[in-house]
Design a protein around this ligand. Structure first.
Ligand SMILES: *Cc1c(COP(=O)(O)O)cnc(C)c1O
Length: 490
C-alpha cells in the first residue's frame, strides 16, 4: 500500500514514511492510493475479536509495510485495560435505535487517546523502518484535547521530543491544567496569544520553512506532526466505527448488512472522515451527520458547497470544535474531486479565504454527509434533556452531537450511533449548569458538585490533577512560535 499527497505533486511513499513525515512536501495530506476493502466475512470474523485484535487487523490493511505481529503487540499495549479501564470504545444504549459510542475512557478522558495511545508506537517503528537516526520533534497545535493526549502518548518515548502550542483563551481550565502539569523529560508546552487557527497556522508555517528545518536537522532533529493531519492519527480512528458495528451485530441489535448512521461532533474533520473511510471500505453506513457548534462553517459548506473562512470566530463551551479551517476536509475533497482540483481549492482557501466546489461534487458529498449545528442554548438543553430522560450524562461536544442526532432522527428510523468524544468531567462547569446545578470555588468545585448530583464517577486522571505540580506557564505571540521551537537546540 502506497501513500500519495492530496495535492498530487509529491512522490508516492510507504505508510511508515507517511507517518514519519506527517505532511507531504507539496503541502498536501497523505492518503492511501487505494482504500482496502472489508467484506461481510471480514466483519463476521472481526466480531469474534477484542478491540486490540480488531485494531491490529484493520490497521494492517492500511499499513502492510509494518510487521503484523508487532502491530498486534502495539495494539495490545495501547488498548490495554490499564489505559482504557472498562474497554476502549464501549457502546451505551440510550433508547430504541439510539446509541452512544464512548471514546473517552483513555488516559486524558477525550477521544484523541484512541489514536494517540497507538500513534507513538507506530512512529517509533516508522523511524526504525526508514533508517532515521535523528530525534523526531513533534510539533502540535491544539484546541485542548490533542495537546494533552499527545503529551501523554509521547512522554518519555525514546528518540522523540514533543512541543505543544495551545491558544491561551481557547481551552478550558481543566484542559490547561492537564497540559501545564504534564510530566516527562521530553515534553514542553507553550500557550499563544491567539486562537486555534493561529496556533495551527504557526505550526504549518514552521513545517514548510526550509531554513528552520535545516537548522533543526543540523541540530539532530526532524520535524513531524501529531496533529490529526497525520495518517497515523486517522487510521486508528477507522477502527472504532467498525468495532461499534461489530458490537451492535454481535448483540443482535442489527442484522448483518444493515446500514446504520453516525453523528460525529466535528472540528478538524478527522474523526468523521475516519467514518467515511470505514464506509468506503465497505462498512454498512448510510448517513454521517457532521455536528458543529456555533462555528458552523461545515454546516454551510455541506449545504452550499461554499467554504468561506472569512467569518467571525466564536468561543463556545465545546472548544475542541471551535475551528474555522477543518484540515482533514482536504482528504474528502481529494477522494471526491481528485488531486488537481483539491490543490486549486486549497490554494484559493489560502489566498482569498474561500472556495466553491462544483455541484456534482457537492451532490456526491451529500450522498453521505449531512451538516447540522447546535448553538450554546441547544447544547445545554440537550445535555439536560438526555440526563433527565435517559439518565445519561454527556459532555458539551457530545451534547452538540446528541442535539443534531435527535433532530435527524425525526425523519429517519435507522439505527443512530452518536459519537461521544469527551468525559463530562472535562467540561464539568457547563455540564453542571446543563443539569441544573451550580457551585462556587476553584476549577475542581464543579467536578465534585457534578459527582454529588449525578453519582457518575470522576475519572481517575482528572481526580488526581489537583495534586500535580504546574511545570509550564509561558504565553507567547503567535509570530514567536518559530523562535520558541528553535529553543530546543539551545
Ligand atoms: C478533537 C475533538 C473533537 C473534534 O474532532 P475532529 O477530528 O477534529 O473533527 C470533538 N470533540 C472533542 C472532545 C475533541 O477533543
Amino acid at each position: 500500500m502506497k501513500y500519495c499527497s492530496t495535492r498530487g505533486n509529491s512522490e508516492l511513499v510507504s505508510g511508515a514514511y507517511a507517518i514519519k513525515k506527517g505532511i507531504a512536501p507539496d503541502g498536501g495530506l497523505y492518503m492511501p492510493t487505494e482504500i482496502p476493502t472489508l467484506t461481510a466475512e471480514d466483519i463476521t470474523a472481526l466480531c469474534e475479536m477484542d478491540y486490540a485484535h480488531r485494531a491490529a487487523d484493520i490497521l494492517y490493511r492500511f499499513l502492510d509495510d509494518y510487521n503484523k505481529d508487532e502491530l498486534l503487540e502495539d495494539c495490545i499495549a495501547a488498548y490495554s485495560e490499564a489505559n482504557f479501564p472498562g474497554g476502549a470504545a464501549p457502546l451505551h444504549k440510550l433508547d430504541e435505535g439510539g446509541y452512544v459510542l464512548e471514546l473517552f475512557h483513555g488516559p486524558t478522558c477525550a477521544f484523541k487517546d484512541m489514536a494517540l495511545q497507538i500513534m507513538p508506537r507506530l512512529l517509533s517503528r516508522a523511524l526504525k523502518m526508514t533508517g532515521e537516526d535523528k530525534t523526531a520533534l513533534i510539533l502540535v497545535a491544539t484546541s485542548g484535547d490533542t495537546g494533552k493526549a499527545a503529551l501523554e502518548g509521547y512522554r518519555d518515548v525514546p528518540g522523540i521530543a514533543i512541543k505543544v502550542f495551545y491558544p491561551v483563551h481557547g481551552v478550558s481550565k481543566v484542559q490547561k491544567l492537564q497540559m501545564a502539569t504534564q510530566e516527562g523529560a521530553n515534553v514542553s508546552v507553550c500557550a499563544i496569544e491567539g486562537n486555534f487557527d493561529d496556533a495551527q497556522n504557526g505550526v504549518k508555517k514552521i513545517f514548510s520553512d526550509a531554513e528552520i528545518n535545516k537548522q533543526l536537522n543540523d541540530g539532530g532533529y526532524i520535524l513531524t506532526s501529531a496533529n490529526s493531519i497525520n495518517w497515523g492519527r486517522l487510521a486508528p480512528q477507522v477502527v472504532y466505527y467498525i468495532s461499534a458495528y461489530c458490537d451492535l451485530l454481535k448483540a443482535g441489535d442489527i442484522k448483518a448488512g444493515q446500514a446504520i448512521n453516525f453523528t460525529v461532533p466535528t472540528g478538524n474533520f478527522g474523526n468523521i472522515f475516519a467514518a467515511y473511510i470505514a464506509k468506503q471500505m465497505g462498512l454498512p453506513i448510510n448517513k454521517l451527520i457532521c455536528a458543529s457548534n456555533r462555528n458552523n462553517i461545515l454546516t454551510d459548506f455541506l449545504q452550499t458547497g461554499v467554504y468561506d473562512r472569512r467569518r467571525k470566530f466564536y468561543q463556545t463551551m465545546s472548544p475542541s470544535m471551535d475551528i474555522l479551517i477543518s484540515s482533514n476536509l482536504e482528504r474528502l475533497l481529494y477522494l471526491i474531486c481528485g488531486a488537481e482540483k483539491t490543490a486549486e481549492y486549497m490554494n484559493r482557501l489560502n489566498t482569498i479565504g474561500k472556495y466553491k466546489i462544483e455541484l456534482d461534487e457537492l451532490n456526491k458529498i451529500k450522498a453521505t454527509f449531512m451538516g447540522m449545528h447546535a448553538n450554546e442554548a441547544h447544547t445545554l438543553d440537550e445535555i439536560g434533556f438526555v440526563y433527565e430522560h435517559a439518565q445519561y450524562l454527556s459532555d458539551t461536544h457530545t451534547g452538540v452531537a446528541l442535539y443534531c442526532a435527535s433532530k435527524f432522527r425525526y425523519y429517519s428510523d435507522d439505527v443512530m450511533v452518536t459519537v461521544s468524544t469527551a468525559s463530562p468531567y472535562k467540561f464539568a462547569k457547563d455540564v453542571l449548569t446543563a443539569v441544573g446545578g451550580e457551585c462556587d470555588g476553584d476549577e475542581f468545585a464543579p467536578l465534585y458538585k457534578l459527582n454529588e448530583i449525578t453519582g457518575v464517577e470522576i475519572p481517575a486522571p482528572l481526580a488526581s490533577l489537583k495534586e500535580k505540580t504546574v511545570r509550564f506557564t509561558d504565553v507567547i505571540d503567535p509570530d514567536k512560535m518559530a523562535e520558541e521551537t528553535l529553543k530546543i537546540l539551545a
